[in-house]
Design a protein around this ligand. Sequence first.
Ligand code: AMP
Length: 219
Amino acid sequence: MRLIFLGPPGIGKGTQAKLLAERHSLAHLSTGDMFRSVISRNTDLGTFAKSFMDKGKLVPDDVVLGMVNERLREDDTASGYIFDGFPRTVPQVEGFKKLLKELGQFIDHVIALEGNDTVLVERLSSRRTCSDCGKIINLIFSPPKVSGQCDDCGGELFQRNDDKPEVIQKRLDVYEEQTEPLVNYYERKALLRRVDGMGSVHEVAERIDKYLINNILEE
Ligand code: AMP
């Protein structure tokens, strides 16, 4: 099974994609995580990507497509995957289409998580990430037992530069301008399912699972 998760920043794509990937043994392919990983290794690609990410802008399409091309040739993607945060622009959709053709693959379904901007801003500004294990928590909905520390590994919790208030609105604007058109594109291809992304992690996961059980996993 090959899926794409679409949705604005803060909607919970990463959390839901990770849970679903674990439940169904799929590779979780987050282009944001891939960039954060090259940044933490101080590579040239990392320095380049960071200059866009810190401003809430998108990394150029050719760079993203090159990274996705390499990633899809790794063995763990053979039995299926979930893209989280890719594609994000029309040129990325076009490039991805060519790549899928080359690999003899196709996307089964696109899940679009939806929500309102006020909640998204609130979620993003209270989001913290563990510097050791990468776990994402929310200070309001799932506060850590010890302030500033990850419940799972004790690592230090930090706020991503792009989750700072001045960058959040820019990311939402970029989503609306460049990524939202993809929702209509996949809808026209009859691949899209809209899912309400508001509510608890558990509630949203149940909605996604219900849809998949009825429509995909039994195919
Ligand atoms: P995310 O973790 O998906 O919110 O991504 C964080 C940041 O990484 C984005 O704001 C972009 O700067 C960059 N990024 C991640 N995925 C892409 C992509 N598909 N295209 C361009 N930039 C991306």
